[in-house]
Design a protein. Structure first.
Length: 422
């Protein structure tokens, strides 16, 4: 089976590696075009989130995928391969379904990854990277994700990275209600962070974003103050807690910036939680005595504590996935059987045709009438073509196998006999 998954995630790779292996959504068409330039790759989807980067491909060439993966991020195979996993066939299908259902996420049952997978699939469709196989596969994947969320409790009251970040802030800061909290970024994750923060009623709530108009949308929604990155340094001087979740590929806050900020703060303590991948805040900022810096991997313990009660629901979801993946494999195997059968039948007919053509050619060389030769060829070829099916249908009639007779009518598009003529 040619379906292969190749990737890294939060279980196999540390943040320092994951942030180097990112496929930005806006550049997916370029990556897909490069993948499909290889004749051994027929269809492809690339999923890249804060906790995983994965290739889903219709190919048999695993080595090609691994080499391509390394080359795109200028990493040696020695650096990347220890964190890389490869799934084939049914295992690959099950993995894709588990990812879509949030069962392979850092946050068990989180729903955001399904939207990210749908966006990745749409990009592949637009890039011409989806054919019949992956179209059927991903429609099945999305249907399974819907069934799991409808019929199991795996997504009930889901813990999210955003809620875990706010929970960590509450745990590490003495009182969020009296704090000035700065949220950096105006995407879906920041929206969730702001929603959870409102419960704790911070004294001041700020949103900073590269584009002020995007920050303004969230500020109106959450009764916060919006600002652009031009005011970021001034906001950092006054903030008690910072939660950053932008989609930037480069750090938004450098150590140099924070040294200057710390001096203006007179080295007053500040809590900074960076849940972006790649990171928004340079890791070296943690070296400053007045800064307590946490990253997304620091949330794992809190997240795991909150999801242990849903393991039973997760097992139910995995049972659904196992059943559905086997159904898809059976469908795919049936396609292969159909193709094999058609090829064998075509070969059989071609052999009959060639035998009769050779006989007709000898008759023409002998000087026989061409019209009689053609008539003889048509008669003989028709008889040989119909001999075996006719014998099988007669036997089916003797045995009362009406189902075979009806199937033959459907298979060969034979019109129903007129009952008035019977």
């Amino acid at each position: 089976m040619p379906i292969i998954v190749c990737g890294i995630n939060h279980k196999t790779a540390p943040l320092s590696l994951r942030e180097q292996v990112v496929f930005p959504l806006e550049k997916l068409p370029l990556y897909l075009a490069d993948l499909l330039a290889h004749e051994n790759i027929q269809e492809a989807v690339i999923l890249s989130t804060c906790n995983r980067s994965e290739l889903y491909c219709d190919t048999q060439d695993v080595e090609l995928l691994i080499e391509w993966f390394c080359r795109q991020h200028q990493l040696s195979r020695t650096q990347l391969e220890p964190a890389l996993y490869v799934y084939r066939g049914e295992a690959a299908i099950q993995h894709i379904m588990q990812v879509a259902c949030g069962l392979d996420s850092m946050v068990l049952g989180e729903s955001q990854v399904l939207g990210q997978m749908k966006a990745a699939f749409s990009e592949s469709c637009a890039a011409g990277a989806i054919g019949p196989l992956f179209n059927r596969l991903f429609q099945q994947v999305f249907a399974v994700a819907k069934e799991v969320r409808t019929n199991t409790a795996v997504g009930a009251c889901p813990v999210s990275v955003a809620s875990a970040a706010v929970g960590l802030a509450k745990q590490l800061h003495s009182s969020l209600s009296s704090a000035t909290v700065l949220v950096i970024g105006a995407g879906a994750t920041s929206d969730l962070v702001l929603r959870y923060l409102k419960v704790h009623t911070p004294q001041r709530l700020w949103i900073a974003n590269r584009h002020l108009e995007n920050a303004a949308v969230l500020s109106n929604k959450h009764q916060a103050e919006a600002m652009s990155f031009a005011d970021l340094s001034d906001a950092l001087v006054k903030a008690d807690v910072v939660i950053s979740a932008t989609g930037s590929t480069l750090p938004v806050i450098s150590k140099t910036m924070m040294i200057a900020v710390s001096e203006k703060r007179q080295h007053k303590k500040i809590l900074m939680i960076d849940i972006a991948v790649p990171r928004d805040i340079e890791a070296s900022v943690a070296e400053l005595p007045s800064v307590q810096l946490c990253c997304i991997d620091d949330l794992k313990e809190m997240i795991q504590h909150n999801v242990r009660g849903r393991e039973h629901a997760a097992e139910k979801a995995r049972e659904v996935i196992q059943t559905k993946s086997k159904e898809f494999v059976a469908w795919l195997s049936s396609l292969e059987l159909v193709a094999t059968t058609i090829r064998a039948y075509r070969k059989q007919i071609e052999e009959l045709s060639q035998a009769e053509l050779a006989k007709a050619a000898r008759q023409l060389q002998r000087g026989d009438d061409p019209l009689q030769v053609l008539a003889s060829f048509a008669h003989a070829f028709t008889n040989k073509l119909l001999h075996t099916p006719s014998a099988q249908l007669r036997q089916a009639g003797v045995e009362g196998r009406v189902d075979i007779l009806q199937l033959a009518q459907q298979l060969f598009a034979i019109p129903q006999p007129d009952s008035e003529l019977l």
